[in-house]
Structures are given as structure tokens and as C-alpha cells.
Design a protein around this ligand. Structure first.
Ligand code: MN3
Length: 204
């Protein structure tokens, strides 16, 4: 009935040196755990919501009762965003994209380097807390950002990958140097998982 915090699929140290152990511990065990716990608080008030996946709640925010709508938007978003985030990273990740997404990136952005540059520039400019995303929009790969924990699912777009630019994601190691974190993050990407998400986006 209640939503659950998924276990981190690798040790806290696994993404070193790009993402440090202390950040991973706080980020997963405290931040993500709090989103799950707050989401469950909303479900206690409206048990019928618990029949839906958290993704489906975000797809239909209009139907969420007013007294918990912002709780579901922020904490359901936090839960879905971070569940994806842990999965699209892996120890020894990064490098050139593989599979179908590699060709699509080349087709829509010219090259992986051009794509990364645009993604990092766009996401660095997100004012305050939020996320940078890669989505499929009318068949074309598109980069967008959202504030807070808003997820592209609420705009009808399935996120293929996303990077967290809340300060809690990087401040312990990178302090105010968000662009440095954004550049290092690509060394963690799990391209197999990103390809799975690309398939889902194409089927949607
Ligand atoms: Mn976060």
C-alpha cells in the first residue's frame, strides 16, 4: 500500500570520485527517504491514491485532491525523480553513449559533445533548485529544465535521463561550482538504462 524507498543499486562509494560517499548517503537516505515518507502522508489522507503508481499520480496532477496536490507534486516528483536518478548512474559508467540513443543523439544534436555542452549549459542556468532533462518531443530529442521536483511526466513527456541540480546533489563536494558537477556527472551515466528509457519514451 505505502510507497517504499528503493535500495541504492550500488554502494555509497561506487560513484567516487564524481559523486562522493557523504553526498550519496544524505541524498538517498535522507532526501529521497523524506520524499517517500511525505508522499505516504498524503496517501494516508486519500488512500485511493495509493492504487496508482507514483508515475501515474504525476501524469494526472489535475485529478489529485486540492489538500494534497502540492504534496504529491513535490514529493511524488521527488520519489520518481530520484528512483530514476539512482538507476541511470552506475559505477564505471559514462563514456560514449551506446545503442539506439547514440544514433538519435547524433541525429538530433550533431554529436554527443554538442549534446552534452547544450545539456550542461541549459541545466547550469536553472535558477535555484530543479532538474535538467532529456525527453522525446514530437519524435525529437529535446532538453528542458523544471523547477523543484517537477517531472516532465506532468507535461506528457517521459524523461529519458535527468540530472539533479538541487544544491544537495553537489554542494558538499563542488560547493557553488554547479558546472563542474554537471561536467563530472557524465562519468556516471548508465547508458544501458538510458537506452531502456529511450525505448519506453518511443513507445509512449
Ligand atoms: Mn535530489
Amino acid at each position: 500500500m505505502a510507497y517504499e524507498l528503493p535500495a541504492l543499486p550500488y554502494p555509497y562509494t561506487a560513484l567516487e570520485p564524481h559523486i562522493d560517499e557523504a553526498t550519496m548517503k544524505l541524498h538517498h537516505d535522507k532526501h529521497h527517504a523524506t520524499y517517500v515518507s511525505n508522499l505516504n502522508g498524503a496517501i494516508e489522507k486519500h488512500p485511493e491514491l495509493g492504487k496508482h503508481t507514483p508515475e501515474d499520480l504525476l501524469r494526472s496532477l489535475d485529478t489529485i485532491p486540492d489538500d494534497v496536490k502540492s504534496v504529491v507534486r513535490n514529493n511524488g516528483g521527488g520519489h520518481v525523480n530520484h528512483t530514476m536518478f539512482w538507476q541511470i548512474m552506475q559505477p564505471g559508467g559514462g563514456g560514449q553513449p551506446t545503442g539506439a540513443i547514440a544514433g538519435k543523439i547524433q541525429e538530433d544534436f550533431g554529436s554527443f559533445e554538442d549534446f552534452k555542452k547544450l545539456f550542461n549549459e541549459t541545466t547550469a542556468k536553472q535558477f535555484g533548485s530543479g532538474w535538467g532533462w532529456l525527453v522525446l518531443d514530437n519524435g525529437k530529442l529535446t532538453i528542458l529544465t523544471t523547477p523543484n521536483q517537477d517531472n516532465p511526466l506532468s507535461q506528457g513527456k517521459y524523461p529519458i535521463l535527468g540530472n539533479d541540480v538541487w544544491e544537495h546533489a553537489y554542494y558538499l563536494k563542488y560547493q557553488n561550482r554547479r558546472p563542474e558537477y554537471l561536467a563530472a556527472w557524465w562519468n556516471t551515466v548508465n547508458w544501458d538504462e538510458v537506452n531502456k528509457r529511450f525505448q519506453t519514451a518511443q513507445a509512449a
